[in-house]
Design a protein around this ligand. Sequence first.
Ligand code: HDE
Length: 713
Amino acid sequence: MKNLQDEKQRDLLQNKSDGTNKFLTTDQGVRINDDNNSLKAGERGPSLLEDFILREKITHFDHERIPERIVHARGSGAHGFFEVTNPIPELTKAGFLKEAGLKTPVFVRFSTVAGFRGSTDLARDVRGFAVKFYTQEGIYDLVGNNVPVFFIQDASKFPDLIHAVKPEPHNEIPQAASAHDTFWDFISLMPESMHMIMWAMSDRAIPRSYRMMEGFGVHTFRLINEANESVFVKFHWKPKLGTHAVVWDEALKISGKNPDFHRQDLWEAIDMGNFPEWELGVQIIPQADEHKYEFDLLDPTKIVPEELVPVKIIGRMVLNKNPDNFFAETEQVAFHPGHVVPGIDFTNDPLLQGRLFSYTDTQLSRLGSPNFHEIPINRSVAPVHNNQRDGHMRQEINKGRVSYHPNSLGGGCPFQAKIEEGGFSSFNERVDAHKVRERSESFADHFGQAKLFFNSQTPTEKSHIVKALRFELGKVETAAIRVRMLGLLSQVDMQLAEKVAEGLGTSVPPILETPINKGVSPENEMGNQEPRSIESSVKSSDALSMIKNPTNTPTIASRKVAILCADGVSAASVMNMKNILLKEDAKGFVIAKNLGSVVTDEGGAIPVDFSLLTTSSVLFDAVYIPHSEGLNDLAKNDDVLEFLNDAYKHCKVIGADGQAIGVLSETPFASKLNNDDSGIILYSDPATETFALDFINAMASHRIWEREENLYN
Ligand code: HDE
């Protein structure tokens, strides 16, 4: 099997253009002599219609926007490769999974769901995690999210869900936020969303970086082997840098300080050679186990706990190249869960089945033509031959008189592939049923796994969920919606509901008044079933917690440290820290009152990366104040004290050596400083290696959660 790693880049090369050392021309290739002045009747006269150069330029400009994605409009993409580490030929005939070491090019797009294209990266939201594999057998898209379940069980509710979460239609407020009445109105009437709500209110919805998110295929899919035997499969992406989040107050501030935070983080990491990496894992469920569990494998509001079916790692994905052009690649890429290759197939998950219709349909209005597969980023590296013809913007020039099958005039070509020749064939599933608009009884449990998720969280994480719900429901104006939500939350965990209620200044309604116990009430029109709670056979799962997550091996790779400096700073201290950070693939940035440079104690100059005006503590993972003789200007600067206060509040590591320790006694948190805080690293000797090592070890724990008010202590 050929190694395809660079094949997509070679393919894209044919469409790349670079104007360096070239003449400026019209779209027709005519060289332009004057691009600054339109053609006029006299220098002060009217413009002339015949000015084809002006007309072409303005016309193109007038049409340069396309509709943004109805969901996942805001996103960032990158190129890379997928490499098989543990092939599974016994389970699937998909060529790109069959051979150890085989590399397949990929393009990945991460996104938020609700916000418009220009919205903030740090919205509380699910993140899209869509991977396009350019395999030798055609395009395979794994169009997943960073959360393994979904809000709804049936595709017919998707437009309702999205209408509810998007800005309200009368005033288009709020942008990229679920904290408003229509969203919670809908959710409070959809008990099936409760598992997903737990994830969305957890810190999973405010990741530190796209590079520090897990990814999930969500639905159960099928793998099919050469013998046409099938197993069920759940897909998982496990990030090498661990799964980490920011805190909510930080997210809100980042949204103002740098709404491109995630986009820039991904871009810079790749630019600097810190290539993001994930392992691809599969949970395999034999056909015979289809009905073995207390949940239905076809229900997208359920996970398969890793305690029941472990995740087997089969490969890794590395993102190593930024796009050359955002529009051509990241905006025009068209994913579709229906893009599968032989060896991978769908299940009857009713959400997945609806998606199989939606994704091509949406490209028709977004990209404007059924020829969107010809756009370079969407083009397969496997040969494409068929009898599809024409349409807007067709690129391919199909030769010959035959565009139908069967034909004799074209010698029967292009000809069908037998299964042994790689022809796709669907899993031969027997379906024998009545045509009904119903939901399976096996989908009726809406609380069992919401409880499992909540019970798997650490006290810190539970506390964050309570605070998130207090924030979101606190923004809801209609009291009845809040009460309905408290009723649903009480079905997940009474203490959770009570703590949320306390923050809302109200109380949890008696169980009988909540829609769940009314069964099919006017408010709960979900058809034939009465929602219920089936206890999960797994009581707690570390994989569901970010803090206990087994993917979190301590590392500070690619993390950013703010080094607060003023004139007189110790050159030795700054260099000591910078060097140790570099050894760990992290980076220190010098921040001072003004740009330019600071003068060191040795009389040298250290260039300043950011002024206090242009950056903020929320854009860094930790803060260091290097030694300087006497208390320098830092201790008197309000911006510095705010910088440190935010870092403290957001549970970040703060370090100071030598006389810089004095700066901390000026901060609002000075009275809280004590020896038990493992994130405050103070060394009276300046520039020691032990200090820097202690600092980076503390940073590797990500955040010092003990500092926070914890509602579950
Ligand atoms: Fe999507 N979704 N979706 N979705 N989805 C789209 O397709 C849709 C769902 C996901 O970076 C749209 O090309 C329906 C689940 C991602 O370009 C659209 C339903 C999951 C992306 C669409 C779902 C996803 C999309 C909008 C319920 C996780 C961004 C633009 C039946 C497994 C891909 C587009 C990118 C995008 C429809 C539910 C993930 C409208 C109807 C569940 C990551 O076709």
